[in-house]
Design a protein around this ligand. Structure first.
Ligand code: GDP
Ligand code: MN
Length: 431
């Protein structure tokens, strides 16, 4: 389960890490409903949040804030979803108004943004990178760090791999103090900053193990500018935390809530324990097994089609055909493609499930089936008795689904054209 930046920073604070002062402004309630007052209400809350932040820091006036869209997406900075506002946007008097304008701009970019994080902006001299993740091939954890943070780590890894330093952690021995200090010196930190870095990494490791994370990443870690009276220090500028889904039963405070998902279908699938990914094409996949489902996904693209949703209906879910089909039908797809290879998950059980789902749900779009494996002969009879034409070759099934989707798209375009031709004169009159 991915946590939003603000949730990641809450965890950082719990283990004693320093994060910038902030206020959260909800755009959507966590159950997916609208927040009070709609967008204008939210913008008013942005304004009060900035005023509160300015007051909170007491003596030192806050002259800059950063408005950050909270959504599950990397590269928000580049997409214009992170905006720093300061005196140049309207002076100290106008800081709240400038933040409201930034928030308005972020919200009109067409992304679904459940919340905005309003933070006191940090003045920094350098951006570092720091992460801990699981390295399965080593059976260990890996810490990656770099003096050149703030940029996409994949790009840095491709262009300047030597700029990334790493150490492996034995999960039974844990992070050793010499490892944290060594990394600090490796990325050029000295004195109090090196000590602080070692402490930061230790805290991050505590978080990583305590919350069963598969990734914790801070990009950037700011090295603050400091002043004549304050020494430079380290501050987490961003937070990416992914919790291992298999451990969620140990963490009741990480609830499966609507705002964490891209669509109602994705959310319902998560509640049901059905692996599901939301896309925006027109072919719904209902496949068994991650490997086969991924292959079918690739084949659809190879054949020139586009996937509406990826759904795995296999393993422990092989008798959930009805629920799986309901989730597919929540998409505006024009065909459902069912590809399975059942071993323990029997083909005849899946075929029966598919047929009864069709009888109960009366889908409004064609269904292509390629159901193979244990008791395949029985599956074939069941499907044929229900009027389906079972296929047995994955490529053929994919090609059939792609052709059906293309035909549906052409028909829709044709009827739209016919419709506009028929109403052409009235449209002209009204435009
Ligand atoms: P991401 O693009 O989704 O990873 O979002 P980040 O939270 O990492 O922000 C992207 C970039 O915005 C950072 O690398 C900074 O350059 C800039 N940024 C974020 N917060 C601040 C801030 O408090 N002060 C300043 N000056 N820049 C910031
Ligand atoms: Mn970042």
């Amino acid at each position: 389960m991915k946590r939003f930046e603000y949730q990641g920073k809450e965890l950082f604070a719990r283990v004693g890490m320093k994060v910038p002062a902030s206020r959260l402004v909800r755009i959507m309630e966590s159950d997916g409903g609208d927040s009070p007052g709609g967008r204008e209400g939210a913008l008013q809350r942005v304004e009060s949040a900035v005023r509160e932040l300015a007051q909170k820091s007491g003596g030192e006036a806050v002259s800059r804030v950063v408005v950050k869209a909270q959504l599950d997406m990397g590269g928000r900075g580049k997409a214009g979803l992170i905006q720093v506002v300061g005196p140049e946007q309207g002076g100290k008097e106008g800081l709240a108004a400038a933040a409201v304008e930034a928030a308005r701009a972020i919200l009109s970019k067409g992304y679904t943004v459940p919340a905005l994080l309003i933070e006191e902006a940090v003045a920094f001299s350098q951006e570092l990178y720091l992460s801990i993740s699981v390295e399965p091939t080593e059976s260990r954890y890996v810490v990656l760090t770099s003096a050149e943070g703030g940029v996409d780590i994949e790009t840095l890894a491709a262009e300047r791999p030597e700029a990334i330093k790493r150490v492996y952690i034995d999960p039974f021995r844990g992070l050793q103090p010499y490892q944290s200090r060594g990394l600090a010196y490796d990325i050029g930190l000295e004195g109090s900053l090196a000590k602080e870095f070692a402490r930061l990494l230790t805290q991050l490791y505590t978080l990583f193990t305590q919350y069963d994370a598969e990734l914790v990443e801070i990009n950037p870690v700011f090295v603050t500018e400091g002043s004549s009276s304050t020494a430079p220090t380290l501050l987490a500028g961003d937070a990416k935390v992914i919790i291992d889904d298999n451990s969620l039963h140990r963490h009741p405070d990480f609830q499966t809530v609507r705002e964490q998902y891209d669509s109602d279908a994705a959310y319902e699938a998560a509640l049901e324990g059905i692996p599901y990914l939301q896309f925006d094409g027109d072919i719904s996949l209902m496949c068994a097994g991650a490997g086969l489902a991924t292959t079918v996904f690739d084949l659809v693209n190879y054949e020139g089609g586009r996937v509406a949703n990826y759904l795995e209906f296999g393993g422990p879910n092989y008798n959930k055909a009805q629920r799986a089909m309901e989730l597919c039908l929540k998409n505006t797809s024009s065909v459902i493609l069912i590809v399975t290879f059942g071993t323990i998950a029997r083909a005849d059980v899946m075929a029966e499930g598919v047929v009864s789902a069709i009888q109960n749900l009366k889908p409004d779009r064609p269904i292509v089936t390629c159901i193979r494996g244990t008791n395949e002969e029985q599956a074939d009879k069941t499907l044929r008795a229900a009027g389906l034409e079972p296929l047995y070759n994955t490529e053929e099934a994919v090609a059939r689904a792609v052709a059906l989707a293309a035909a549906a798209a052409a028909a829709a375009a044709g009827s739209a054209a016919a419709g506009s031709a028929a109403t052409g004169s009235t449209q002209e009159a009204s435009s």
